[in-house]
Design a protein around this ligand. Sequence first.
Ligand code: G3H
Ligand code: 13P
Ligand code: NA
Ligand code: ZN
Length: 307
Amino acid sequence: MRVSPKILFDDCYSEYAIAAVNVFTMEQVHGLFSAAQEADSPIIVQLTPVARNYANPLMLNAMIEAAAAIYPEVVYSVHLDHGTEKHAFSAIKQGYSSVMIDASHDDFETNIKRTKAVTDTAHKHHIFVESELGVLSGVEDDLSVDEAHARYTDPKQAREFVERSACNSLAVAVGTSHGAYKFSGRQGLQFQVLEKIQEQLPGFPLVLHGSSSVNPSDISSINSNGGKLKENASGVTDEELQKAIRYGICKVNIATDLRLLWTRVHREFFVQQPDLFDPIIPGKKYMEAYKDFMIGRFDILGSSGKS
Ligand code: G3H
Ligand code: 13P
Ligand code: NA
Ligand code: ZN
């Protein structure tokens, strides 16, 4: 059943979180929905502009609708991830449950103005809007503490941002970054920033981007099967995710982990079976590994059994 994220967030706030997973391919849609059905967990299926450009928005919608028919017990939302106004307006027409307008690299006033332009239209269609305040980027070792802090969400701006932009959830920059190389400065999640944001916005759903765990055994298997990923790959720990939930994180965005899993499964398979060239055998292995991985994530996030 397709639902608004509002229903999911009202239910989970401060107790558990919803995994919001980026999908690009048929195998990922199967993996995600089969995991959600087996774990009885709600999910957010999210599509980036890159995914829409790769697969075509019509193909993505058709795959998601087919998955909803194949796995009829799944409670899910469909979300546009990291959109501009153009993507947001198109996603609204295409029936998404929610859209993210990402104007986080603009100045405060421009970010508010761009977000408000999307909420004005989205709310007429009862569509939920996520916006981001602060800059989500790798905080490098050579950044000073002040420079690092300039990128985090400023708790003092959070409430004004939400009130003036009318966004329905807020993506916060609290130390995570996208991709497989997080926390190069070993700084971890900034709970003192997150706590102050929650004080400003009690009960308001917060979103954590860059939430992949970056499993070290995936990295080493990829590298021992011909890959060349850097050894300093690292992600968010399970303990950090669980603590973040208590500070109002309702939506946990995951993309990198399923890319690493794809690479690990396919590299292992073709190294072990160099005579084969059939996509459906490793494809099946990927779907199964994807399902197992996501069932584990739902347990960590506390969403198992919450559909
Ligand atoms: O932030 C979300 C995704 O990791 C970005 O993926 O832009 O390659 O679709 P994409
Ligand atoms: P990861 O790169 O940690 O998977 O983050 C994904 C994300 O934030 C999608 O919006
Ligand atoms: Na998003
Ligand atoms: Zn993101």
